[in-house]
Design a protein around this ligand. Structure first.
Ligand code: ITT
Length: 199
């Protein structure tokens, strides 16, 4: 099956490609197709916007991920707004802004959430969600990954996500969990679905 990977984030592309080799899918890029503005207030809404736009434009199933970091001391912010946190333009600036917002905070617990959606051109949607809890350091460590990875140490680990390989991150990450659920659902072909029109 040909599947469009509907993301402009190169870090996500790497993780999605690494996580799905068990399915003999032919993953394709956006090929210049612009993604819609993320006007939703939930991960599900934004993932559906991205996946459906790509599926309809390309006439192929499309996979999108909407994700974010929820910080306990900030009441769950930045959440769905993680890519635009503080209006900062780069991962580095957003990490510095997060450190500034958390300066002196004793509670450094945080949670990553990923909602992966597979949309078909006929409008059918499959949704998979994954989460990962951990703590935020007071300074960055590691060169791998993207986004807030250099600040985040998953529970039970000593290394940040940016000190792990793509495969190590997948084994415990929010996105890895969502993609594993997708892969299991598709191991024997697409999940059975009822296409009877709703009366
Ligand atoms: P697309 O919409 O094109 O997929 P995006 O980066 O804008 O790319 P989101 O709107 O889902 O994606 O924003 C998610 C942000 O949350 C992302 O830019 C990072 O800042 C952060 N984030 C999500 N998953 C992450 C991860 O695994 N590691 C580090 N940061 C992550």
């Amino acid at each position: 099956m040909r599947v469009v990977v509907a993301t402009g984030n190169a870090g996500k592309v790497r993780e999605i490609a690494e996580a799905l080799p068990g399915l003999s899918w032919q993953l394709e890029g956006l090929g210049g197709l612009p993604l819609p503005e993320e006007t939703g207030t939930t991960y599900e809404e934004n993932a559906a916007l991205k996946a459906c736009a790509a599926a309809m434009a390309r006439g192929l199933p499309a996979l999108a991920d909407d994700s974010g970091l929820e910080v306990a001391a900030l009441g769950g912010q930045p959440g769905v707004y993680s890519a635009r946190f503080g209006g900062r333009d780069s991962d580095l600036e957003r990490n510095l802004y997060l450190l500034e917002r958390l300066r002196g905070a004793a509670d450094r617990r945080a949670k990553f959430v990923s909602v992966v959606m597979l949309a078909y051109p006929d409008g059918h949607l499959e949704t998979y969600r994954g989460e990962m809890t951990g703590t935020l350091l007071e300074g960055p460590r590691g060169e791998n990954g993207f986004g807030y990875d250099p600040l985040f140490v998953p529970d039970g680990e000593t290394r940040t996500l940016a000190e792990m390989t793509v495969a190590e991150k997948r084994a415990l990450s929010h996105r890895g969990r969502a993609l594993t659920a997708l892969m299991e659902a598709h191991r024997d072909g697409p999940p059975a679905r009822d296409l009877t029109p709703v009366e």
